[in-house]
Design a protein around this ligand. Structure first.
Ligand code: HEM
Length: 487
C-alpha cells in the first residue's frame, strides 16, 4: 500500500506540475543552445522588450541559453508582482562572474545578495544608518549642500567655455558616497580620489563589456586557468583599493565616536563577533562599500547629466525653473530640502527628468523565491525576472505624452505637484532602491544650486545633443559639451 501511495503521490505531483507549466508565459520560439537570445538587442534590451510586449503581452518568457527568463511589462503587472507578491519576486539570480570578484558563492553584500537573513540584516542596517546620518557633526543634507558649493566653484572655473559636465558631476556625486562611507570628502584634484574614480570607472567599463556577459551565460569558461584573473583585473584593483581605504580608516576607529557608515559597520562587527550567522564581517563591509559606489554614483550622476541636457534642449523650461528658484530661494542662500514643497514646477521637472531619462531601464534582475502565479500565468521558483521599468515610465495607459519631455505629467490643473503611482524609477517592493532618499536629496540640491548660479546653453558650434540614451547597465546621454553662463 505504501509503494502504491508513493507512486500515486508522485504521479499526481507530476500531473499537477504539467498542468501548471501549460500556463507558463508565452514567448518567441527557443532555439537549441542559444534559446531566444537572437530576439534581444543587448545594446538596447528595453527596446527589444517593448517590441516583444506588443506581440506576447505584458508577461512573456525568454530563454537565455539554459536560463528561464520572464519579462514583466507595464505599471499594472510590475506593481502586482513587486508590491502585492513582493516576497515571491524578492530573490536575485546567482551571477557566476561575481564569485570571482570577491562576492563568494552566496553573492553577499546587498545589491546582488540572495534573498535571506544576511541580505535583510545588511539592508536594514544600511537604510537606518543612512537615515540617521547625524553621525559626525553634519547632517547628510549639510554635506550634499557643501558638495554642491564645490561643484559650482569647479563649474565657475570653466569660465563660461564649452566643457563636458560629466567629470565634475561624477566627482561631486562620488564625493557624497565617500563622505557617507568615510566621513570626509576629497578635493577634486586629490591623487587618492583621482585613483579611486579611475579604478571605479575601469571596473564599471569592464563589467559592461561583452566578455563578462558571455562568462555569465557560459560560466564553464571561468574554469579556464587565468581567465577570471585576466577578465576581472579592473574590478579586483578597485576592490583592493577599497581595502586600502578601509584599513586606513580602521587605524583611527574609536567605537565611542561613530563618524560614518564604516565606523557604524565596524561596531556591528564587534557586537556580532561570536554570531556565526551574522552578515557583519569584513568581507561584507568591503562588498557593501562597493555596492554603494556602484549603485549610488553612476545612477545619480547620469540623472543630473540628463537634467542639464534637457535644460539645453528646452531653454523655456530652464527659465521657468530659474524664475521659481529666484522667487522661493533668491540668489544668495543655498537651497534646502524645505524649499522643495514651495517649488512645484522644479519638483515636476526633476521627476520628469527621471521618468523620461529612464536611467535604469531594465532595473536589476530579480528571481522568483518560490513558485508563483501572476495574472493567471505560472512562474516557477528560480526563474530570472526582468522588470522592464522603461515600460512603466513610458506606459501609454498612464502618461499623457509618454515619449516627450513634459513636466506637466507631475502638475495638476492648479499647478500643484502630483506624483502618479507609475513613477517607479527606483523600482518597488522589497528590493526597491535603498538609496532613494539620498538620491532625491542629491538631485534636488545639486540641480537647484546649479540653476541658481548658472544658465546652461549649447555652445554655438555644437550639434544638438541626442535625446536617446546609450545603454550599458544604465542609460546615459551621449557625450555633449555645455557652456555654463554665470547668472
Ligand atoms: C537598487 C535606481 C540611487 C543604492 C536600485 C534599483 C533601481 C535603482 C532601479 C533596482 C531595484 C530592484 O531590483 O527592483 C536608482 C536610481 C538612482 C539610485 C534611478 C538615482 C537617481 C542610489 C543611491 C544609492 C543606491 C544614491 C545608495 C547610496 C541602491 C542599492 C540597491 C539599489 C543598495 C539594491 C537594493 C537591494 O537589492 O536590496 N536602485 N538608484 N541607489 N540601489 Fe539605487
Amino acid at each position: 500500500l505504501g509503494v502504491f501511495l508513493t507512486v500515486f503521490a508522485l504521479l499526481f505531483d507530476f500531473m499537477k506540475r504539467r498542468k501548471k507549466w501549460s500556463h507558463y508565459p508565452p514567448g518567441p520560439v527557443s532555439l537549441p543552445f542559444i534559446g531566444t537570445m537572437l530576439y534581444v538587442d543587448f545594446c538596447n534590451p528595453h527596446l527589444s522588450f517593448n517590441q516583444l510586449q506588443k506581440k506576447f503581452g505584458n508577461i512573456f518568457s525568454l530563454q537565455n541559453c539554459w536560463t528561464n527568463v520572464v519579462v514583466l511589462n507595464g505599471y499594472k503587472t510590475v506593481k502586482e508582482a513587486l508590491v502585492h507578491r513582493s516576497e515571491d519576486f524578492a530573490d536575485r539570480p546567482y551571477v557566476p562572474i561575481y564569485e570571482h570578484v570577491g562576492y563568494g558563492n552566496k553573492s553577499e553584500g546587498i545589491v546582488i545578495a540572495r534573498y535571506g537573513h544576511v541580505w535583510k540584516e545588511l539592508r536594514k542596517f544600511t537604510l537606518s544608518t543612512l537615515r540617521n546620518f547625524g553621525m559626525g557633526k553634519k547632517s547628510l543634507e549639510d554635506r550634499v549642500t557643501e558638495e554642491a558649493g564645490f561643484l559650482c566653484s569647479a563649474v565657475s572655473s570653466e569660465k563660461g567655455c564649452p566643457f563636458d559636465l560629466r567629470f565634475l558631476v561624477n566627482n561631486a556625486v562620488c564625493n557624497v558616497i565617500c563622505t557617507t562611507i568615510y566621513g570626509e570628502r576629497f578635493d577634486y584634484g586629490d591623487d587618492t580620489f583621482k585613483k579611486l574614480l579611475h579604478l571605479f570607472e575601469n571596473s564599471l567599463n569592464e563589467e559592461a563589456g561583452f566578455l563578462p556577459q558571455l562568462l555569465n551565460v557560459v560560466p564553464i569558461l571561468l574554469r579556464i586557468p587565468g581567465v577570471p584573473q585576466k577578465v576581472f583585473q579592473g574590478q579586483k584593483a578597485f576592490m583592493d583599493f577599497i581595502d586600502v581605504l578601509i584599513n586606513k580608516h580602521m587605524e583611527t576607529w574609536n567605537p565611542a565616536y561613530i563618524r560614518d557608515f564604516s565606523d557604524a559597520f565596524l561596531k556591528e562587527m564587534e557586537k556580532g563577533k561570536t554570531a556565526e550567522e551574522s552578515g557583519f564581517n569584513y568581507n561584507n563591509l568591503r562588498l557593501v562599500t562597493a555596492d554603494l559606489f556602484a549603485a549610488g554614483s553612476e545612477t545619480t550622476s547620469t540623472t543630473l547629466r540628463w537634467a542639464v541636457l534637457y535644460m539645453l534642449l528646452h531653454p523655456e523650461i530652464q527659465s521657468k525653473v530659474q524664475a521659481e528658484i529666484d522667487k522661493v530661494i533668491g540668489r544668495e542662500r543655498p537651497p534646502t530640502m524645505k524649499d522643495q514643497v514651495s517649488m512645484p514646477y522644479t519638483s515636476a521637472v526633476i521627476h520628469e527628468v527621471q521618468r523620461y531619462g529612464d536611467v535604469v531601464p531594465i532595473g536589476l534582475p530579480h528571481m522568483t523565491y518560490r513558485d508563483t502565479e501572476l495574472q493567471g500565468f505560472f512562474i516557477p521558483k528560480g526563474t530570472t525576472i526582468i522588470i522592464n521599468l522603461s515600460s512603466v515610465l513610458k506606459d501609454e495607459t498612464v502618461w499623457e505624452k509618454p515619449n516627450e519631455f513634459y513636466p506637466e505629467h507631475f502638475l495638476d490643473a492648479n499647478g500643484q505637484f502630483v506624483k502618479p503611482e507609475a513613477f517607479l524609477p527606483f523600482s518597488a517592493g522589497r528590493r526597491a532602491c535603498l538609496g532613494e532618499q539620498l538620491a532625491k536629496l542629491e538631485l534636488f540640491i545639486f540641480f537647484t544650486t546649479l540653476l541658481q548660479k548658472f544658465t546652461f546653453v549649447l555652445p554655438e558650434d555644437q550639434p544638438r545633443p541626442w535625446e536617446n540614451g546609450h545603454f550599458a547597465l544604465t542609460s546615459s546621454p551621449h557625450p555633449y559639451l555645455v557652456q555654463a553662463v554665470p547668472r
